[in-house]
Ligand binder design. Structure first.
Ligand code: DGJ
Length: 737
């Protein structure tokens, strides 16, 4: 990792172990992007910015620079701007010129700050660039400063613009989605046009995800190909604009959505944009995700929790919803403990008059009918069974039928003379207001401070409507979007700081508010309200493009599944849970002794392999998008152990799938192969015979040895057979020499 400044302080080269990012101050004083790709070490090898100008024949002025590193809207710059401002005299033209730079470093990172200044007006922009020891991520963000004596209205303030090498043949990958179907991968070829991927509903999802990837000629796959990927750290409205311009610049602009955005910058004030994390990989989408995962695991996610083992959880919602009470929870907890559950989590329904979704939100005290003596008797009982206790809250919302709404009807987002729309019978509290956000901290601090609660699930179940803030001057009311998001991040951070051992789950009707800023302040997520394992094969593939697998809270949901009615075996659901953080949400009262033993076995296996799954590198070996099976592999960083999951789905007949090649092992080491949970590679003949006879299928091994080299496992791969729909396999590979 290094930041080099050369050529008389005009060329800037930022190098990670494998990549380079470079800029140059042109003769006009504008800062110009010159390279982002595989690592180059010599400043002499970098192209000359001034010679990289692309003028169509009718370009009126050669003073303009293409590939400007941070584009102020003004002059002849018609491409997507980074900054748009209105000065007090009505001027809306920006011309940003290089002013100075400074560098700093610490134990984990190096930072470069380049300051630009408007040619005429009192406005400065600091461009931040940060790279990290041992990581392949470049973080960029901007600070916009009013150095004058008049207000400046910001109308658009993006974090950064990135450029891929000039050309036409690029493909964009992004995510689409909706409730219960989040993180769906979409791929389109770029043409001379702009593609906007965004959110404008107040949260980062679920219609999309603040992550995009561009690959060269659409040639990248999981293992190879040139991929440029970026992700915004912002839990509210965000926007990526991916464009190919008339002169074949390939641009990627990202940050807070300028839709309904405005910010009054008073004299002397600064506006800091969110970070955008960028990754370049020559190892395809898998390489890009691996860079994001290591960044999250080693730096961004709350430490040291990000390296500690995530527990096996029970959650009450899917089966019991609002119908919970002390006696029933007492009994359930006993069964959960027998399964090996480590954290027992009571979801919605425990507070106020919350007997349904029409009342109670906002009244954060235990229901007097369901928990007459408060929460402590249940917490003590759960603790006495050897489990920790967790609880659900939805601080940002209020039902009209609640004491809170009756006391503070003005706390909701609203426009004067307009009715505020309800969604799931609830209204959004205006968390941009400091008093509302302080009230939330008050009840959360009391809940966590006065009870032995070690897990908090923070939910948020609607999008914004009527985002008005009538108490503010009209020209500041639109700040509601940004101030709301800032206060949410602040509250999550406060919980992390004061209660560092509490595991904080980020939920928003499933995965509607997941981004790198939330990943910085929470420990795990509910990726979707859809817990069906088949649908989750794809949701997981999308989610893990950027986010850490260990944060994916999933597992044994109810069958038939509440969203799509699909019935899947317990084992299939349990294996899904082992990919991330294991959650049992099934009706434990219905379990037979045989089922209790079976699930206890899966949870035991989860605990045995979680050092590898939760702290190792993940590889998406086979995609459910392409074929009726999916395979995921996790490898410890020291390469001493790997596990591989194979999930069959919609198989038309029992099938030996083509050999699956592992990745990330040490080619020179020898690994002992073990099928877990009585599964393993089957010989097709044996499989057929045994299935026909109705006998349980046993391990039948087709390889020559049970000890195989990393080379063989990665070059030839292992032969696996799936016994039809919903069969799944789990293998462990342990280094023996
Ligand atoms: C939506 C969440 O996604 C669910 O997991 C559950 O917590 C419910 N809200 C509770 O209302």
């Amino acid at each position: 990792m290094s930041i080099k400044v050369g050529n008389g302080d005009t060329v800037f080269l930022l190098n990670t172990a494998n990549t380079s990012y470079a800029m140059e101050k042109g003769a006009s004083g504008r800062l110009q992007h010159i390279y982002w790709g595989k690592r180059l070490d010599r400043l002499e090898d970098l192209p000359v910015g001034e010679q990289m100008q692309y003028y169509p024949f009718d370009q009126p002025s050669k003073k303009l620079l293409t590939n400007q590193e941070y584009v102020g809207w003004g002059g002849y710059l018609f491409d997507e701007p980074c900054l748009k401002a209105l000065f007090a005299d009505g001027c809306r033209d920006l011309d940003l010129r290089y002013q100075s730079y400074k560098q700093s470093d610490n134990a984990v990172s190096e930072t470069l700050v380049i300051t630009l200044r408007e040619l005429v007006y009192n406005l400065e922009v600091d461009l931040y660039y940060r790279i990290y020891k041992g990581l392949e991520v470049l973080d960029r963000w901007s600070v916009i400063r009013n150095t004058g004596t008049d207000n400046i209205m910001l109308e658009n303030a993006q974090s950064a613009v990135f450029y891929m090498p000039r050309g036409k043949e690029y493909r964009l990958t992004h995510m689409s989605g909706k409730w219960a179907a989040e993180y769906a991968l979409e791929r389109i070829n770029l043409t001379q046009s702009k593609v906007v991927v965004e959110s404008r509903n107040g949260v980062s999802g679920p219609d999309s995800c603040p992550w995009v990837a561009v690959d060269y000629r659409g040639q990248a796959d999981e293992e190879s190909g040139r991929v440029w990927a970026a992700s915004i750290h912002w839990p509210g409205n965000w926007k990526f604009v991916v464009e190919v311009t008339r002169v074949d610049q390939v641009r990627l602009t990202g940050g807070i959505n300028d839709f309904d955005f405005s910010w009054k910058l008073h004299p002397g004030e600064e506006f800091t944009t969110p970070k955008v994390s960028a990754v370049y990989s020559e190892e395809g989408f898998g390489g890009a995700s691996n860079a994001f995962h290591r960044y999250l695991s080693d730096y961004l996610a709350p430490q040291p929790k990000a390296k500690e083992m995530m527990p096996a959880l029970f959650n009450s919602w899917e089966v019991f919803e609002f119908d919970i009470n002390m006696k029933q929870q007492f009994e359930l907890a006993k069964i959960a403990a027998r399964l090996g559950i480590e954290f027992y989590v009571v979801d919605d329904g425990w507070f106020g008059q919350r007997d349904h979704d029409r009342a109670g939100l906002g009244d954060w005290y235990p229901s007097k009918t369901k928990f007459p003596d408060g929460l402590d008797p249940l917490i003590n009982h759960v603790n006495s069974l050897g489990m920790e206790f967790g609880i659900w809250v939805e601080p940002e919302m209020v039902n009209r039928d609640s004491d809170l709404f009756r006391a503070h009807p003005d706390w909701i987002m609203n426009f004067p003379r307009k009715e505020s729309n309800e969604w799931r019978n609830q209204l959004t509290l205006n968390f941009a207001r400091q008093d509302v956000s302080e009230w939330a901290w008050g009840f959360l601090d009391e809940l966590l401070g006065q009870h032995n609660i070690k897990y908090l699930k923070w939910d948020m179940n609607r999008y914004f409507s009527e985002p008005g803030w009538p108490e503010k001057p009209v020209d500041e009311q639109r700040e509601i979007w940004v101030r709301y998001a800032q206060n949410i991040l602040e509250l999550f951070s406060r919980i992390q700081e004061k209660y560092p051992k509490v595991i904080l789950e980020n939920c928003s009707s499933g995965g509607a508010r997941i981004d790198l800023s939330m990943a910085h302040v929470s420990d795990m997520v509910n990726p979707s309200d859809n817990v069906d394992p088949l649908d989750n094969m794809k949701i997981f593939e999308g989610y893990t493009q950027v986010f850490l697998p260990r944060t994916y809270g999933r597992g044994i949901g109810v069958a038939p599944n509440g969203i799509n009615g699909r019935v899947t075996p317990i084992k299939y659901r349990a294996y899904l849970g082992m990919l991330g953080t294991f959650i049992a949400g099934d009706n434990l009262f219905k379990y037979t002794e045989v089922e209790i033993a079976e699930v206890a076995g899966y949870i035991k296996t989860y605990k045995e392999i979680r050092e590898t799954t939760q702290n190792g590198d993940m590889y998406r070996l086979e995609s459910a998008y392409n074929r009726p099976w999916a395979a995921f592999e996790f490898v410890r960083r020291d390469k001493s152990e790997a596990v591989m999951f194979v999930f069959g789905q919609s198989m038309q007949f029992r099938k030996i799938v083509p050999r699956i090649r592992l990745r990330g092992l040490d080619p020179e080491s020898i690994y002992k192969v073990k099928g877990l949970q009585d599964t393993g590679p089957y010989n097709k003949l044996h499989l057929t015979k045994e299935l026909l006879s109705g006998e349980p299928v046993k391990n039948v091994y087709v390889e020559r040895s049970k000890e195989l080299s990393g080379k063989m496992l990665m070059q030839l791969g292992v032969e696996v057979a799936l016994a039809g729909d919903f069969d799944c396999l789990l293998f462990k590979f342990s280094r023996v020499k």
